[in-house]
Design a protein around this ligand. Structure first.
Ligand SMILES: [Zn+2]
Length: 177
């Protein structure tokens, strides 16, 4: 299942920038129009946050309904290292989404596996060779002969790690029993 998130995010960013520019144009700090512009920005922020939450709710419900096993990149392993704001906002959204997914998966008796997020976009899901590719490179082409979309390849790597994690967990529980 492939989900597009970019378009809605870009539209939201454009709306936010427009509202911010409006405030910048109102130089007089005490003016009524500046106050109105600030209120507008707050409204746009709220709208964007609501839209994101709505999207996350729909997506997490859909995932839990359609799949018995869900593998995701574990945010805690990656760490919140990057200082760029967009990245931070993205990480916050991702952690909110993971929490949503976790409680819905648990309620529905689904398995949620959090895997090591390192090199998921560089590893070949077929032969496990690592090849660094720039973000602009949208296709995964490997010497082993595999050619698929970049995101598709990363998803397969994450799923593979999830399945290995599941196998390990099952082995351990067999040993304990
Ligand atoms: Zn390969």
């Amino acid at each position: 299942m492939r989900i597009e998130n970019h378009r809605y995010d870009q539209a939201a960013q454009a709306k936010l920038r427009k509202a911010q520019r409006k405030i910048a144009r109102r130089q007089n700090k005490k003016s009524k129009r500046r106050r109105q512009a600030i209120l507008l920005l707050q409204k746009v922020h709220q709208h964007v946050a609501n839209q994101r939450k709505d999207f996350q709710h729909k997506l997490s419900t859909q995932l839990v309904q359609n799949f018995g096993l869900i593998a995701v990149e574990d945010l805690n392993i990656k760490g919140l290292s990057a200082g760029i704001l967009a990245k931070a906002v993205h990480d916050v959204a991702w952690s909110t989404f993971l929490n949503m997914l976790a409680y819905k998966a648990e309620n529905a008796g689904r398995q949620l596996l959090k895997v090591d997020p390192q090199y998921t976009s560089q590893e070949c899901p077929n032969c496990h060779a690592l090849e660094k590719k720039p973000l602009s490179e949208r296709v995964h082409r490997c010497d082993c002969g595999l050619t698929i979309g970049r995101d598709h390849a990363a998803a397969l790597v994450i799923l593979g790690r999830g399945l290995r994690l599941q196998a390990q967990t099952m082995e351990q529980s067999v040993l304990v029993a």
